[in-house]
Design a protein around this ligand. Structure first.
Ligand code: DCP
Ligand code: MG
Length: 474
C-alpha cells in the first residue's frame, strides 16, 4: 500500500435530489424524493431533508409517502443528471489519467498517477480545490475522501458526507477501522454481515481478533482471506481507468449438436438465468440483451435487443432472449449458445423507467421490456405526458416544471435555477401554449472574464434545514 493519502474518492451528495433542488428554487431546503411514482415505484434518492424522516434509496415509494407525506415527489431526469455527471468526471480527468467511475456520481481518482498530489498536504489541497471547482462548474456539492487505499478513501468520503472532506492520515487506518461495523468493508452485505454476527463478530476489530483461520472457516478461502486483509486495512486494489466490464455473458458449447428446437429454447432460458445471476453478483444491470448462436456448420450469429432501461430481472432477460431466438434458424443443429447483457449500469433503473413510462399515455409496466424497434410509433396522442419534475415552457409565462397532473389538468411552477421561488399555475393538459422543454443549466454560462461560472448563492446545499410545508405531492 502506498504511504500517502493520494487516492481520492468523490461522491456527490444526494445527487439526483440535489440536482432537482438546484434546478427548482422552491424546493431548496425541502424534503425531495426522486424515483418511480407508479404503484411499484422505488426511491432513487432523497434529499437530506427527506432522509430525516427515514426515506432512503431503494425504499418502496408508497412507504416513502407514508414517512414524508409533504415531500416533493419527482420522476428522474436521467439525461440531465448524465450531463452534470459528465462535467464532474471531466474535472476528475483533469487531475489524473486514472479515474475510475463507479456510477454517475461516484469515482476513484489516483492523484499520484496524475502528479496532482504526492503527500498529505498536496492531497488535501487538491481535494479542497476539486470541491470548489465542482461547485463552480455544476452548482452542486460533492464529498471527498482521501486515503492510501480505495477502501479507506471510500470510507472517508462517507464520513465526510454531506458537503465535506475527510483525509485519513497513513498510519491511522487500523485505529480508525477497528470500531466500525463489519458492514463497512467492501463485500460484506446483509447475508455475510448476519453470518459474522452469529459468530459473534460485529466490528472490524473482532474480525482481527478472530484471526484469519477463523474467517476462512466461516466464509471460505477466497472471501475469508480477502476480508481479513481488508480488516487489517490492507487493500492493494489499483484505480483502473476504465470499467473493465463492458458486458456480462455466459455460453455453453455442446458435445453433441442440439437439434430439438424445444431443447434449444430451454438452454437459452437456462443461460439467461445464469447470465442474470452473474450480472446481479457484480451489482450491475444492463440495457442490451445479446443472443449468440453457433450452428452445426460453425456459422455464428448474434442478435441483440435494446430495452428502454437497464434491467437485472431474470424474466425480462429470458423473454428478450426467447424473442431473439425466434429470429434464428436452428435447423441443422446448434453447437454453442450464449446469452449476454451489455450497456451496463451500476444500478437497476428498470422500475424507474417502467414507472416513468407508466405516467406516459402509451406506457405500461411491461413496456420497459419491449424493444424499441417493436413499439408502436404512430399512436402518440396530442397531449404530452406531463411528468412531475420535468421541464416545460409556456408561450408567455416562460420556463417552469410540472408539479403535478391529473383529471385533465397540469400544474406548473414557473421558476428557473437562478430565479426566486416561482408561482404555480394550472392549465388544461392539452393547452397549446404549453410544451415540454429541456432542462436549463444550473450555472449560467457566462462569457469568460466576467467572473467565471462561480455561483455563490448555493441553496442547493444539503444543509439540514427544517422542512417546509406545502411542497408538491402527498
Ligand atoms: N440511485 C438509484 N438507485 C439506488 C441508489 C442510487 O437510482 N438504489 C441513484 C440516485 C442517486 C445516485 O444514484 O442520487 C447516486 O447514488 P448514491 O448512492 O451516491 O446516493 P446519493 O448521491 O443520492 O446520496 P449520498 O449523499 O448518500 O451519496
Ligand atoms: Mg452520492
Amino acid at each position: 500500500m502506498r504511504n500517502a493519502p493520494t487516492i481520492l474518492h468523490l461522491d456527490m451528495d444526494a445527487f439526483f435530489a440535489q440536482a432537482e433542488q438546484a434546478s427548482k428554487p422552491s424546493l431548496r431546503g425541502k424534503a425531495v424524493v426522486v424515483g418511480g411514482l407508479g404503484p411499484r415505484g422505488v426511491v432513487a434518492t432523497a434529499s437530506y431533508e427527506a432522509r430525516v424522516f427515514g426515506v432512503h434509496s431503494a425504499m418502496p415509494m408508497a412507504q416513502a409517502r407514508r414517512l414524508a407525506p409533504n415531500a416533493a415527489y419527482l420522476t428522474p431526469r436521467f439525461t440531465f443528471y448524465r450531463a452534470i455527471s459528465d462535467q464532474v468526471m471531466a474535472l476528475l480527468r483533469a487531475l489524473s489519467p486514472l479515474v475510475e467511475p463507479l456510477s454517475l456520481d461516484e469515482a476513484f481518482v489516483d492523484l499520484e498517477a496524475g502528479g496532482a498530489a504526492w503527500d498529505s498536504d498536496s492531497a488535501r489541497l487538491t481535494g479542497v480545490r476539486l470541491r470548489t471547482d465542482i461547485r463552480a462548474v455544476t452548482g452542486l456539492t460533492g464529498s471527498v475522501g482521501l486515503a492510501a487505499s480505495k477502501m479507506l478513501a471510500k470510507i472517508a468520503s462517507e464520513q465526510a458526507k454531506p458537503n465535506g472532506l475527510v483525509l485519513i492520515e497513513p498510519g491511522t487506518e487500523r485505529a480508525l477501522l477497528g470500531p466500525l461495523s463489519v458492514r463497512t468493508l467492501p463485500g460484506v452485505g446483509p447475508a455475510t454481515g448476519d453470518h459474522l454476527r452469529r459468530a459473534g463478530i460485529t466490528t472490524i476489530d473482532e474480525i482481527v481478533e478472530a484471526g484469519e483461520d477463523e474467517l476462512v472457516r466461516l466464509l471460505g478461502k477466497a472471501h475469508g482471506h480477502g476480508l481479513y486483509a481488508m480488516a487489517l486495512a490492507r487493500d492493494e486494489r489499483p484505480v483502473v481507468a476504465e470499467r473493465e466490464t463492458k458486458s456480462v455473458s455466459v455460453e455453453d458449447t455442446y458435445d453433441v449438436d442440439i437439434h430439438d428446437r424445444l431443447r434449444v429454447g430451454l438452454e437459452v432460458q437456462r443461460l439467461a438465468d445464469r447470465c442474470v445471476r452473474r450480472l446481479r453478483g457484480a451489482g450491475l444491470s444492463g440495457r442490451t440483451i445479446v443472443l449468440k448462436v453457433r450452428r452445426y456448420d460453425f456459422s455464428t450469429l448474434t442478435r441483440s435487443e435494446t430495452l428502454r432501461g437497464p434491467t437485472d430481472d431474470p424474466a425480462v432477460v429470458r423473454e428478450a432472449a426467447a424473442r431473439l431466438l425466434d429470429s434464428v434458424d436452428t435447423t441443422g443443429g446448434v453447437r454453442l449458445l450464449g446469452v449476454g447483457v451489455s450497456g451496463l449500469a451500476d444500478y437497476t433503473q428498470e422500475d424507474l423507467f417502467a414507472q416513468a413510462a407508466g405516467e406516459h399515455p402509451l406506457g405500461s409496466e411491461e413496456e420497459a421490456a419491449v424493444p424499441e424497434e417493436t413499439r408502436p410509433a404512430a399512436s402518440v396522442p396530442a397531449e404530452h405526458s406531463w411528468r412531475p419534475g420535468h421541464d416545460v415552457r409556456h408561450a408567455s409565462l416562460g420556463h417552469g416544471w410540472v408539479q403535478g397532473s391529473g383529471l385533465g389538468r397540469v400544474t406548473v411552477r414557473f421558476e428557473t435555477p437562478d430565479s426566486e421561488p416561482g408561482r404555480v399555475r394550472t392549465f388544461r393538459v392539452d393547452d397549446p401554449d404549453l410544451e415540454p422543454a429541456d432542462p436549463l443549466p444550473l450555472v449560467p454560462v457566462r462569457p469568460s472574464g466576467e467572473g467565471g461560472a462561480a455561483r455563490a448563492d448555493g441553496g442547493a446545499g444539503p444543509e439540514q434545514t427544517g422542512v417546509g410545508s406545502g411542497a408538491v405531492g402527498g
